[in-house]
Design a protein around this ligand. Structure first.
Ligand code: AN7
Length: 353
């Protein structure tokens, strides 16, 4: 008898703080591959083991699904009919998909013109009511918090503690696969829910099943790096629109995750992020720009000799799939040629360049 994978709630139910009889609204999220990537560790010039936790392979193409299955399950369990979120895009698509699954209405509020095509299309396809505001993610988040306080509408941003319960399962999976925690975990930081959830998960496994603890490297984009600068930013900018966030809701907890783990939060420029995106693609892993921030930050730390990777086990979390933001590649990477449909023209082009 084969037993199929049940999604993160049933897989890890005993480790999650959730209502005991809560049924799971699931798309069988989680169980994402931890892909060894020796070609990149070699390029970084040291002898260490490097893996990508490829969260872009979740059902809606990002890590948000781990948290959303729990947040929507809990909202549906207590009878909520409407879910709402602010989003830079991935939360919107995920909330829309899980709300559809639960038969709930979903309302997503996004910064106009700053959401990548694949995310906006996803939210629309899954049936969300998409509202664009002429403002930032941070303003959208303020508004949805107020709306959810005034009306019986479930807030499914990562301020919702059930989101973190789901997202911490990624830390469990990494430990389950490696047999222990890695030495370092590097990941992008936007609203700071994910870094908080990983640290929560690693600490829980550490106390319950005695795995080790990783050092955490959180990476923000230079134009949107409130946790590095030490103050909120009113007009955050970055090509990595997923993490274009100036007032991270869980910023304090992110700083704690970094300090408690003896890690740190740093920033990478847009150029460094795009170069890391290309490096990952050259190894067969296409991620959206924000998702390359973890590698960009790690590379920088190694080059600046602030992190010695020798003989270490390092995991980089790639949070969203490259298909989320195709425009960035089509506009930025290379021009595609249009040729006449003739054999000798093609031969000339292919053989002579
Ligand atoms: C690909 O979708 O905030 O630090 O509204 O889409 O937990 O916010 C997305 C964030 C990293 C940062 N990588 O995670 C949203 C949103 C990708 C992301 C982050 C996001 P957090």
């Amino acid at each position: 008898m084969t037993k199929s994978y049940p999604g993160v709630i049933e897989k890890y139910r005993n480790y999650l703080t959730i209502p005991a009889s809560m049924p799971a609204v699931t798309l069988l999220e989680g169980n994402t591959p931890l892909i060894p990537i020796p070609s990149i560790s070699k390029q970084l010039g040291a002898n260490f083991e490097l893996w990508i936790k490829f969260e872009g392979l979740n059902p809606t193409g990002s890590f948000k699904d781990r948290g959303m299955t729990v947040a929507i399950s809990e909202a549906a369990f207590r009878g909520a009919k409407i879910a709402i979120c602010a989003s830079t895009g991935n939360t919107a698509a995920s909330a829309a998909a899980y709300s559809a699954r639960a038969g709930m209405r979903s309302i997503v509020i996004i910064p106009a013109g700053k959401v990548a095509t694949g995310k906006l299309a996803g939210a629309i396809a899954y049936g969300a009511e998409v509202i664009q505001i002429d403002g930032s993610f941070d303003q959208a988040l303020d508004l949805v918090v107020k709306l959810s306080e005034k009306h019986p509408i479930a807030l499914v941003n990562s301020l919702n503690p059930f989101r973190l319960e789901g997202q911490k399962t990624a830390a469990f999976e990494i430990c389950d696969t490696l047999g222990d925690a890695p030495d370092w975990l590097s990941l992008p930081v936007g609203n700071a829910g994910n870094i908080t959830a990983y640290w929560k998960g690693f600490k829980q496994y550490h106390s319950e099943i005695k795995t080790g603890l990783p050092q955490i490297l959180g990476v923000q984009a230079s134009g949107s790096a409130p946790l590095v600068l030490g103050h909120p930013i009113d007009n955050p900018e970055t090509i990595a629109t997923a993490i274009r966030i100036g007032r991270p809701a869980r910023g304090e907890e992110a700083l704690l995750a970094a300090s408690e783990s003896n890690g740190r939060i740093i920033s990478a420029t847009d150029e460094e992020i795009l170069s890391a995106q290309r490096l990952l693609a050259s190894a067969g892993i296409w991620v959206e720009p924000a998702s390359a921030a973890g590698l960009a930050g790690l590379k920088k730390q190694i080059e600046e000799k602030k992190l010695d990777p020798s003989d270490k086990k390092i995991v980089i979390v790639c949070t969203g799939h490259g298909l989320k933001d195709p425009d960035i590649v089509i506009e930025g990477f290379s021009k595609t040629k249009v040729l006449a449909p003739e054999l000798n023209t093609l031969e000339g082009y292919i053989l002579n360049g």
